[in-house]
Design a protein around this ligand. Sequence first.
Ligand SMILES: [Zn+2]
Length: 424
Amino acid sequence: MAKELDVVIQQVEERQVELIQLVERLVRFETPAPPARNTAEAQGFIAEFLQERGFEIDQWEVYPGDPNVVGILKGQAPELYKSLIINGHIDVAEVSSDEPWEAGPFTPLVRDGVIIGRGVADMKGGLAGALFAVQLLGEAGIRLPGDLIFQSVIGEEVGEAGTLECCKRGYRADFAVVVDTSDLHLQGQGGVITGWITVKSQQTWHDATRKSMIHAGGKLFGASAIEKMMKVVQGLQELERHWAVMKSYPGCSPGTTTINPAVIEGGRHAAFIADECRLWITVHFYPNETYDEVIQEIEAHIDRIAQSDLWLRENPPTFNWGGSSMIEDRGEIFPSLEVDPDHPGVKALKAFHELVLDKPAMIDVSATVTDGGWFGDAGIPAVIYGPGRLEHAHAVNEQVSIAQLIDFTKVMLKFIYAWCRTER
Ligand SMILES: [Zn+2]
């Protein structure tokens, strides 16, 4: 690798104070979601940071007060060389006022080789490392022949797909790195989709009619939607167990495919037979499955159960899948992402990781979900690769190791430099 890069790599260590300050700066922007709608200032900072380093800025509001920022550093010969998307979310997990933080969630603290603050692991550390890599390349006067696209997106913590909005706006590249929490493993992910199942009676009945509905000779063809939902819940449990027995994916523990009955709502009040019941479920599926396949399996199974029930046959359950936000329409989708270990982007990233850290790189499956799935969904090869550990993400006194942050920055520097110099 070129000498010009070696000098830059050295600077990561020498100038680590600046890297730490950049993380601290990002932490001080209070961007928890929920409540969300609070990222404009932080996004403005990132837009300015990128603009000062030669990026063209595309900034647009996804929700009021929550803009996406995409910075484009045009390559010198973009048609001949590979392009790269670096993606990260600026929102952080929620905090409550009674949490015992050492300093405060948005008051960064540096001690014993770690930075503490909300979002340092998930994922302002990753964003800062990638930004610092971009800064050092720029200051060294290194120009890239391929395009570099930096996406700072909103809403990830509440299922608001800022990344999907970038894909819809037409941003594509030959490879994408989502710098979210992965403890520097190269990761794919399973997917998540939420859904509402509704059991609804066409008629509304007085509570006093129950005896005519359930006892001999009553002659009233009716049912409680709550009691009928019990059959649906049981059916979901059967299907969940069947999946656990029959499905598997390398690197995922068996039974990762779960159907969680998360929320149930139903009934009017005690003077009525419950005429409606709604169940909110969370479905986890494997990296090689799509949410379309999975919801078809669930609907087919529940439909068969409904067919075998005299009342549900006439009043079949209805389904409402996904959504664009947990706080706006109470639903979300995180598509799955499979990582191809033979993809040249994955191979290069792995090689640079091993060079910088001097130990084997791990390619596995994230235990959680990130925006990486939207790239999989859009047909853009991608990998999740970022500093920080999942056990620290969303936790009180969330922390990231400074040594790992430095390693990450070095790997990203080498990768950006090499990838955007690779001929198509
Ligand atoms: Zn995250």
